[in-house]
Ligand binder design. Structure first.
Ligand SMILES: Cc1cc2nc3c(=O)[nH]c(=O)nc-3n(C[C@H](O)[C@H](O)[C@H](O)COP(=O)(O)O)c2cc1C
Length: 182
């Protein structure tokens, strides 16, 4: 599989067997994350939380249920691994308003690097944002994540084995408006 095939065939997987991700697979995902381009190489202001603890995954789902009023929702889709990306919001070197844009771009690239590597490994993956909102809104959950002081979760992704394999997808074109100057 080349990079373009991984990009084209990736899709959001929302059904998992629950089987654990192996240590080697996790190592590859985290290595892919660490290869992400990061603005001004400010690696210290990003933090990854690897969550495989079933009780904590359930707590996150319950928090989502309370937050949205949808108690039967399963925003993590029974995936055995949730990697949460947090950023240090206040960067003493740069004005907050400018920096927030960059921090979130960095975090999104980290997640997408892991997602593309998951496709190569044959693991299902889905970007997760809804559950991140629920975590932040919950009075107890942020304190259970073991985050360094001043870090806030901004995005994440789930990973795991799935019975729905990746298939060759049609090339998608024309989804975004594009204007050309020149
Ligand atoms: C920043 C971001 C946040 C997302 N959050 C969620 C989420 O919380 N739950 C979910 O099921 N899908 C989530 N998605 C997946 C999108 O719904 C999905 O990428 C989109 O519908 C296109 O489908 P595809 O990924 O299969 O191509 C998110 C995607 C992105 C990029």
């Amino acid at each position: 599989m080349n990079v373009f095939e991984a990009i084209v065939n990736r899709r959001s997987v929302r059904s998992y067997t629950g089987e654990p991700v192996t240590d080697d697979e996790l190592d590859r995902l985290l290595t892919a994350a660490n290869c992400a381009p990061i603005a001004s190489a400010r690696f210290h202001s990003k933090h990854l939380t690897v969550i495989t603890d079933k009780a904590l995954l359930s707590e996150i789902e319950e928090a989502f249920g309370r937050y949205t009023g949808r108690a039967d929702a399963h925003p993590l889709y029974n995936a055995p691994l949730f990697v949460l990306v947090s950023v240090q919001m206040a960067d003493p070197l740069l004005p907050h308003d400018d920096w927030l844009n960059v921090l979130c771009s960095d975090a999104a690239i980290i997640v997408q690097n892991m997602a593309l590597e998951a496709v190569e490994l044959g693991l299902g993956t889905c970007h997760i944002w809804g559950a991140v909102r629920a975590i932040k809104a919950d009075p107890a959950l942020p304190g259970k994540l073991g985050l360094p002081e001043g870090f806030t979760p901004v995005c994440g992704a789930i990973f795991g084995k799935s019975e729905t394999p990746y298939e060759e997808r049609d090339l998608r074109r024309g989804r975004f408006g594009v204007n050309t100057i020149g």
